[in-house]
Design a protein around this ligand. Structure first.
Ligand code: NDX
Length: 256
């Protein structure tokens, strides 16, 4: 049966941090090529409808930790913190896998990125789940620790902002439409990447609540993945819409 190998957790977390840096260097100057940044000339056959693509890609991030949690024998009942935190992670990916894709009005997604995205979700789902279920040690009163409570609060706040912003983006289009408009309302009043801001707050909250290396590595990865994308979205809007609100920032309200 499985057990905790701390050196495995350290190795996988370090690789995740390295991937984050690789990503930063790849995508600071040119955006990752999907959605509004996909090249016009891209082969139309190399894509899958957004609905299938997001479902397939995000599914492992829900399934892998959920299975690790369910199949562990003997079941781990103590401490409560481990199971709660694992459930938070699964909860987010339940939304991202079973709810988000069925409402998206996004354009078809490139197969090549889908492949890497799926690999990434297997990798990260395993790392976070394995760490929480087989390795993490928390005192029995972790649920009242200031790190757990403040992290949980940030997680919930970020998730709320992320889901609300995704909803506002979706409402910009009628079914079947693929045009881009200026997002309005919610945190879009202040930043172009409101959904990304929410997601980043969410995973830093998760990292604080778990106080763990794998979760901080994932929060850093998220920042390096969608931070540059927020910046490229912002530039796209400024270039495309002459009436784009001048005071709006790229990612962080009032700052950047
Ligand atoms: N999926 C995370 N890296 C990613 C897929 C891409 O969940 O090779 C990471 C995730 C993957 C990435 C994933 C991992 C790294 C990969 C990358 C591709 C390359 C990269 C594999 C897995 C890679 C190395 C080198 C390390 C191997 O038509 P459309 O699609 O543009 O429509 C959009 C619409 N919309 C508008 N509609 C009308 N008017 C406008 N102005 C509009 N603006 C947008 O809204 C979409 O339907 C929708 C959202 O669009 P957008 O572009 O704002 O968000 P999107 O990037 O599609 O993300 C959707 C949600 C969002 O809430 C975000 O926070 C979350 O997913 N997300 C996304 C990426 C990663 C991630 C979270 C995370 O790291 N936690």
């Amino acid at each position: 049966s499985m057990q905790c190998f701390p050196s495995l957790v350290l190795a996988l977390s370090s690789l995740l941090g390295a991937l984050a840096l690789l990503q930063l260097s790849l995508y600071l100057r040119v955006p990752s090529r999907y959605g509004k940044h996909e090249e016009r000339l891209c082969r139309p056959r190399g894509r899958l409808p957004a609905r299938c693509a997001w479902f397939l890609q995000e599914l492992p991030s829900f399934l892998v930790p959920a299975l690790l949690l369910a199949l562990r024998s003997p079941p781990r009942l103590e401490p409560l913190g481990c199971r709660l935190l694992c459930c938070l992670f699964c909860w987010h990916y339940f939304y991202r896998t079973f709810i988000y894709p069925f409402f998206t009005r996004g354009r078809p997604f490139p197969l090549q990125l889908l492949f890497f995205g799926t690999l990434f979700c297997i990798y990260n789902g395993f790392l976070q789940g394995y760490y929480l279920i087989y390795c993490a040690e928390y005192p029995n009163d972790w649920c009242t620790d200031i790190r757990f409570t403040s992290g949980l609060l940030l997680f919930l706040l970020g998730m709320g902002i992320n889901i609300h912003s995704d909803l506002l983006l979706r409402q910009l289009r009628k079914p079947g439409e693929v045009t881009y408009k200026i997002p309005q309302g919610g945190l879009f009043t202040y930043v172009s990447g409101a959904n990304y801001f929410g997601e980043i707050v969410e995973w830093f909250g998760f990292a604080i609540a778990t106080w763990s290396l794998p979760a901080f590595a994932f929060a850093f990865f998220t920042l390096c993945c969608i931070g540059p994308r927020a910046y490229h979205h912002h530039r796209y809007y400024l270039k495309t819409f002459t009436d784009y609100p001048k005071s709006r920032k790229a990612l962080i309200p009032f700052v950047f």
